[in-house]
Design a protein around this ligand. Sequence first.
Ligand code: C2E
Ligand code: MG
Ligand code: MG
Length: 619
Amino acid sequence: MDEQTAPRAPGPLRRAGSRLLEAAHGASAQTPVIVKVGGPVLAVSLGMALYLEGALDTEACGGTPACTELSQQVSLVTTDGTALMLVVLWLVFIAFVGRRTKRLADVARRVSEGDLTARVGGHARQGDAARPPRDELMMVSGQFDRMLDTLVTEQQRLQGLTDALEHQATHDVVTGLGNRTLLLRQVEEMLAVPRTSPLAVVKVELDDLATIDATLGHAVGELVVTTTALRLSAAVRGDERVVRVSGSVFAVLVDDVPDDADAAAIALRLLEVVNRPVDVEGATIVVSACAGAVLHRPGDERTAHDVLRDAALALHSAQRTGAEADSVARTVIYTPRLREEVLERSRTADELRATLSGQPGTGQLQVHYQPYALLTDPSRVAGFEALVRWQHPQRGLVSPLEFVPVAEEVGLIRPIGLRVLQDAAERSAAWHAIDPSRAWTTSVNLSPQQLLDVDLVHRVGDVLARTGLAPHLLTLELTETAMMLDLDGAARRLQALRDIGVGIAIDDFGTGSSSLSYLHQLPVDVVKLDRAFISRLEDDATSLAMVRAVLDIASALGLTTIAEGIETPGQLRILGELGCDKAQGFLLSRPVPQDVAQDLLLGARQLGGAGAGDLRVAP
Ligand code: C2E
Ligand code: MG
Ligand code: MG
C-alpha cells in the first residue's frame, strides 16, 4: 500500500459510509440519495458515492462488511480526491450553477442576436444592498445585466447622436428645410416603386443673393433666404415637399403632376410668392427668382440624380433666357431639346477654342463693320461698329448671337474681344491714315466679362499704343446690364478709359433693367437707342415718347445719341426731327467685310445701297 492509499482515521467518514450504504440499499437504482453528514454531503446515485470533504477510503472504514459493500458499490473512488472533486463540481455545476449558467448562456445568445431586453435576473442588482449577491456566479450575472443596462443606455445615446447627425446631413441649418441629400433620397424612394403618374421637381433660384450678401451683408442675405423658405413652405400644398438645395436654390418635389402645363403652373405659383420684396430694418429689398422644372413620367429612363440634373438644366435655361423677363418667361420646363442645346453649346465652345488656338480647318474669326452716319448727313459714313463673325468650316458665317454668349459662359470672350479690338484698332488707324482730316470713329463692343477685367484699361492702352490709333477715335460699347454687375468697378474703369481719351457708349439703351438715373452716374459719352424702340417708332406713341424723352435727357447731359436698327426712311425722318445725332441700321448698310467698309468710307460705294447683308436678318 503506497502513501496515497494509506488508511486514514475513521470517524465521521465511517459513520457516513454506513449511513450512505444503508440509504443506498434502500433506494432504487434510479433514485438519487442524498445523505447529510454534518456539514459535508454524501451522495449516492446509481451506485456512485461522493464525498465532499476528502477521499472515501475503504481501508478507512476499517474493513467492516458495510464498508466493503460500499466500496463495491462505489464506481468512482479515488484516494487523493481530485477526481471526486471534479465530479462534485460537475454535479454542483449541474445542480446549482448549471441552471444559472444556462440562463446566462441563453441571455448571451439573445443579446448576440440583438435582443438587448434580455436579462439574467434573479440576483441582486447594483445598488440593491438589501440583496447582496450570494455567490460569484450571481455576481457575474448581476454584472452581466448591469453591462446590458449600460449597453442599452449607450445604444440610446448613440441612437440620439445618429439621429442628430442624420438630421444634420439631410437638413439645412439656416432654414431648417431638407437639403439636396434629402431631396435625392426622396426622389430615389419615389423612383424605387413602379410609377403610374409623373412626378415633378421644380427648382427655384433667387437672382441676386450674392449681390445682396456682398452689398448688404450676409445677415441680410440670410434673412432673404429664410423669408423665401417660409414663403415657399407656406405656398406648397398637400404632400409637396420643399428643400433648400444650395445657397440660393430651393426645390419642390411634387407627386402626381399630370403634364408639363401643371409643372409650369406650380413653378409660377412658387415664383409668385418668392418674387416679393423683403423688408429689412425699414429698407425694402427687391427679390426675384427663376424657376426650372422637370417632369419625370412613368417609363422615363432616369435616376434620381438625372431628375435633379434635368431640373437644374431647366433652371439654368430660365436664367439664361429670362434675365429681364417676367415670371412666365423666367420659368422653363425641361425638354430633351434643352439637353441637346447644352451639348451644342459645349461643342461650340470646343470648336471656338480650336479656332482661337489657330488649329487648321476649324475656321476663323472675322470682324465686319457696320457704318453709322450723321442724321444731318445720312449719306456719309461717320464711323463704324466692329461686329465679330465666325467663319465656320461647316456652318458658314456664324452670328455673334450664337457664339458670343457661349464664349461668355466658358470664359473665351476676353481673348475674342481682344482680337476684335486689335483688328478694329488696326483697321481704324489705317483708314484714318488715308484721310487724317476725317474723324471716323470706330466702336467696339465690350462684354460684361471684359468690363470686370481689372486689366482692361491697360489692355486697351496697349492696343492703342501698338496700332497707333488716337484714343478719341475709339469708342467702347457696353450694355447697361454689364455696367450694373459691378457699378463701382465699372465706373472706375470707364473713367480711367475716358481719362486716356477713349469714348464710352451705352449700347441697347432702354432694354436693360437700369434707368435714366444711371446716365449721369456713369462716365458715358454716347447713348445708343435700342432697335426695339426704333422699330416701333412709326406706329407706337409710347415708343415715340420714350425716344423723345431719352434724346432730351441725353442732350441735356451733353451726350451723343445714336439710333440703332433704322430700317425705314420714316424712322430716319422721325429721328432727324427729334434731334438724334447719328443713325445706324440696315437702311444705311448692313455690317460688311472690311474691304466693302473701306469702299463705303471712300465713297466707292454708297450708303443705303449696300444690298444683302453678311448675316441673315436678326429677328
Ligand atoms: P449690337 O452691339 O447691338 O450690334 C448691333 C446688332 O444689330 C448687330 O447684330 C447688327 O447686325 C444688328 N443690326 C444693325 N442694324 C440693324 C437693323 O437695321 N435691323 C436689324 N434687324 N438688325 C440690325 P450682330 O452683328 O448679329 O451682333 C449682335 C450682337 O452681338 C451685338 O449687338 C453685340 O451685342 C454682340 N457682338 C457683336 N460683335 C461683338 C464683339 O466683338 N464683342 C462682343 N462682346 N459682342 C459682340
Ligand atoms: Mg453694339
Ligand atoms: Mg446695340
